[in-house]
Write a protein that binds this ligand. Structure first.
Ligand SMILES: [Zn+2]
Ligand SMILES: [Zn+2]
Length: 347
């Protein structure tokens, strides 16, 4: 079968791979129909993996796939051929406290699709059945691919921060995660302020439901927020830029008793904050969010279909590419250069 290979030198190719591992009793085999590109894939593209075991073995990348079941292991009686599934990228031990809670990403023995074993940027995938989330009929394969890492993660974030329709929510940085935040916060009924330097990205945020688009360099974001909130500040700020300036701004803009959620990855860089002014004197909360807990899937799936809407959800995707050498190279290059929003492969 065909699948992507990333040698780690900022090149991307398609080649033939063996379909591995062999289908075990608890596994399923999936025909991949959509697989989304993620910023964390760029760490493989650059040869400096953000997560994973760091072993030298080469794996097919891709941790945001969706597709159709073509084979089930002998123990799998709850999934059937032709079931449409989005795949959770975390494979845990299934018996530690974190796995039992539905948070396999916190398992000490976690494996991540596309980092520690073959991922979904390929024609087929063999994965434990427990990683499969059944998709409602109204959810397209494209939306399925962005329903986990992007939309599902940000849904979970809104819940963690207790966002509701009375809240004013800031989203800092409008890449795919930020746009997922805009879609979710808007569908939770919140007033949404989108902070982004790049004009086109700010426009996209407004299109997808942000009530205000604010350029944090050309304007004074604190003055803008004061004007909109009568000087209170933001109930929740979701930091999706991962930049030290974005983090500082998020902590400055949150109101007393408010919450800042960190989504943007800051890998290998120390960021200084001012805890007294930014947290203690505001009794504010600063928390990290990584993916969603498995039991949230039914709520995520129905929220995407009923509240965000499948067509709107698909709009965080700006480019689609077939699984062909030249197309894949272009996809990675343009995504790396921040010329795209979410990118989808359609094997
Ligand atoms: Zn990802
Ligand atoms: Zn575990």
């Amino acid at each position: 079968m065909r699948g992507i290979v990333l040698p780690g030198n900022q090149k991307a190719h398609v080649r033939d791979w063996e379909l591995e591992p062999d289908l075990g009793p608890n596994d399923v085999q999936i025909d991949i129909e959509a697989a989304a590109l993620c910023r964390s894939d760029m760490s493989l593209y650059d040869g400096d993996p953000l997560v994973g075991s760091g072993e030298d073995e080469q794996y097919i990348p891709g941790h945001e796939p969706a597709g159709t079941i073509t084979e089930t292991g002998s123990n799998v009686d709850w999934l059937e051929l032709d079931d449409r599934v989005a795949v959770n990228c975390f494979i845990g031990c299934e018996h530690c406290e974190h796995c039992l809670r539905g948070d396999p990403m916190l398992c000490p023995d976690v494996e991540i699709l596309g980092f520690d074993r073959h991922g979904g940027d390929a024609e087929q995938l063999v994965t434990p059945a427990v990683t499969c989330h059944l998709m409602p009929d109204e959810m397209s394969m494209a939306t399925g691919a962005v329903s986990t890492d992007a939309l599902g993660n940000l849904f979970s974030t809104m819940r963690d921060a207790n966002v509701d329709a009375t809240d004013t929510v800031g989203i800092v940085g409008l890449g795919p995660m930020g746009l997922s935040g805009v879609l979710n916060a808007d569908a939770f009924g919140a007033t949404v302020l989108a902070f982004e330097l790049v004009d086109e990205r700010r426009e996209k945020g407004l299109e997808l439901g942000a009530d205000f688009g604010i350029d944090p360099v050309e304007t004074d974001p604190e003055a803008e927020v004061d004007a909109i909130t009568d000087g209170d500040g933001l109930d929740t700020v979701v930091e999706c830029s991962g930049s030290p300036a974005g983090i500082q701004m998020s902590l400055d803009l949150v109101r007393k008793h408010g919450t800042v959620v960190q989504i943007g990855e800051v890998h290998g860089t120390d960021v200084s904050i001012r805890p007294s002014e930014q947290l203690i004197r505001k009794k504010a909360t600063y928390l990290g969010s990584w993916y969603f807990t498995r039991d949230e899937w039914p709520a995520i799936a129905s929220f995407i279909v009923d509240d965000i809407g499948n067509d709107r959800a698909e709009q965080i995707l700006s480019h689609r590419y077939p699984l062909e050498d030249a197309a894949v190279q272009e996809a990675f290059r343009r995504f790396d250069n921040h010329e795209t929003q979410k990118v989808l492969f359609t094997p």
